[in-house]
Design a protein around this ligand. Structure first.
Ligand SMILES: Cc1cc2nc3c(=O)[nH]c(=O)nc-3n(C[C@H](O)[C@H](O)[C@H](O)COP(=O)(O)O)c2cc1C
Length: 411
């Protein structure tokens, strides 16, 4: 056996090892810098947000199988790289609905965003504006159409509409969105009834969140969330200044289970910009949406929050692209937690991916800076995956770059 030769450490050898990192940014930025994945942001979010709002975001319907399967589909796929390509420069931009997006993903509409963090929708749209990517404001937003527009005048803003029992109110929102310069209308069609969100029921989720004994215990270590919550404008749905009560009750009063494809006609008449139908889950419905005048669709199962065990969007995508890809934009969401997931969706023919929870985890982890961190993480992952696949632009991605694995594929 060779004998290890030892020596006393010398000052000149130690000095280069003792370089202490200079503290950069404030405590929030330093905390966010420790997050290297969206899962890391989720961990930070969980520590900093009360269980009710955190689970409202994190949870899905019933057994949460739909969300789990959607994420599993992204995990299971196999990338097929091309080697020895010049990938010194990469262009991550893409065109969707006739305009550029600096990155191949956008922010999906999420209701009641100020509950996740007091900075809410303005923080998300501001981060999207800086990144040059689209942002969709939800009908169920906690910030008004106008305030979001004022916060980020040059952002690409889309307005997401639910077709409500009160048609006048729907039309009023459409008119407000048009007047405030929103570019596209996204009509979400997968909520004829609200999904069975068991975590919300178990928390007794109400709007606004209630101060109970349990909440006070929770507040003792999520004090920043509570401080923000109690010292900013009271939380409410922007469309209805009086809206209060259990989330499920509000939803039951508003959502209209009688809506059919024919209703797209009056929306088409009221909105002359790009019209996108969100919540498409079969090839037939994708075709019908286009037949009824849509300019695009979002293949989505609402992040698994509506019908549990609904089709996995990624599995459906190739067939849908085949059927309607030449007739309009095809976007995809549900389960995206990594830039590689976005690249896979683009390779299988999506024009853009949308993320929901990913940016909400960022928001809960650190407000606007957290949303920016989410965008940075996803953008870096998209770029790295593209380089490793041997492509330098989004247009070069194609079905040859991805093979779907057969575990849980529909038979
Ligand atoms: C907290 C939360 C609220 C949401 N609210 C809405 C909404 O108001 N309107 C809508 O069309 N979709 C809504 N969604 C669905 C998202 O637009 C999107 O389809 C979904 O989040 C994508 O899945 P992902 O979260 O795994 O990225 C919501 C999703 C979450 C997580």
């Amino acid at each position: 056996m060779t004998k290890l030769q030892r020596q006393l450490p010398r000052r000149k050898d130690l000095a280069p090892l003792l370089k202490f990192k200079r503290r950069v940014g404030d405590a929030n930025q330093r905390r966010l810098a420790t997050a290297h994945t969206i899962w890391d942001l989720r961990r930070l979010a969980r520590r900093r947000t009360p269980a009710g709002p955190f689970d409202y975001v994190d949870g899905a319907a019933d057994g949460e199988v739909g969300l789990h399967r959607a994420r599993e589909a992204f995990e299971d796929l196999e990338f097929r790289p091309g080697i020895l390509r010049d990938v010194s420069r990469t262009d991550l931009s893409t065109t969707v609905l006739g305009a550029r997006s600096a990155l191949p993903f956008g922010m999906a509409p999420t209701g009641y965003t100020r509950m996740m963090h007091a900075a809410g929708e303005p923080a998300v749209v501001a981060a999207a504006e800086r990144a040059g990517i689209p942002y969709a404001l939800s009908t169920m937003g906690s910030t008004s159409i106008e305030q979001v527009a004022e916060t980020a005048p040059s952002a690409r803003k889309w307005f997401q509409l639910y077709l409500w029992k009160d048609r006048e109110l729907s039309l009023e929102l459409v008119a407000n969105a048009r007047d405030a310069g929103y570019e596209a209308l996204i009509v979400t069609v997968d909520v004829p009834a609200i999904g069975n969100r068991l975590r919300d029921l178990r928390h007794g989720m109400t709007i606004p969140p209630q101060l109970t004994l349990r909440t006070f215990v929770d507040a003792s270590y999520r004090w920043e969330w509570w401080f923000n919550f109690l010292t900013t404008e009271p939380l409410r749905f922007a469309f209805d200044r009086k809206g209060e009560g259990a989330l499920t009750d509000i939803v039951a009063k508003l959502y209209d289970p009688t809506v059919t494809f024919d209703d797209l006609a009056w929306i088409r008449e009221a909105w002359d910009g790009p019209l996108v139908i969100k919540g498409i889950q079969t090839v037939r419905d994708a075709e019908q949406a286009m037949d009824h005048g849509a300019d695009g669709i979002v293949v989505s199962n609402h992040g698994g929050r509506q019908l549990d065990r609904a089709p996995v969007p990624l599995h459906l995508l190739p067939e849908i692209v085949d059927a309607v890809g030449s007739r309009g934009a095809v976007m995809l969401d549900t389960g995206i937690m990594n830039g590689g997931d976005i690249v896979a969706a683009l390779a299988l023919g999506a024009d853009l991916a949308l993320v929901g929870r990913a940016y909400l985890y960022g928001l809960m982890a650190g407000g606007e800076a957290g949303v920016t961190r989410c965008i940075e993480i996803l953008a870096a992952e998209v770029e790295r995956t593209m380089k490793l696949l041997g492509v330098s632009s989004v247009d070069e991605l194609g079905p040859d770059h991805v093979r779907l694995m057969t575990r849980r594929m529909p038979v």
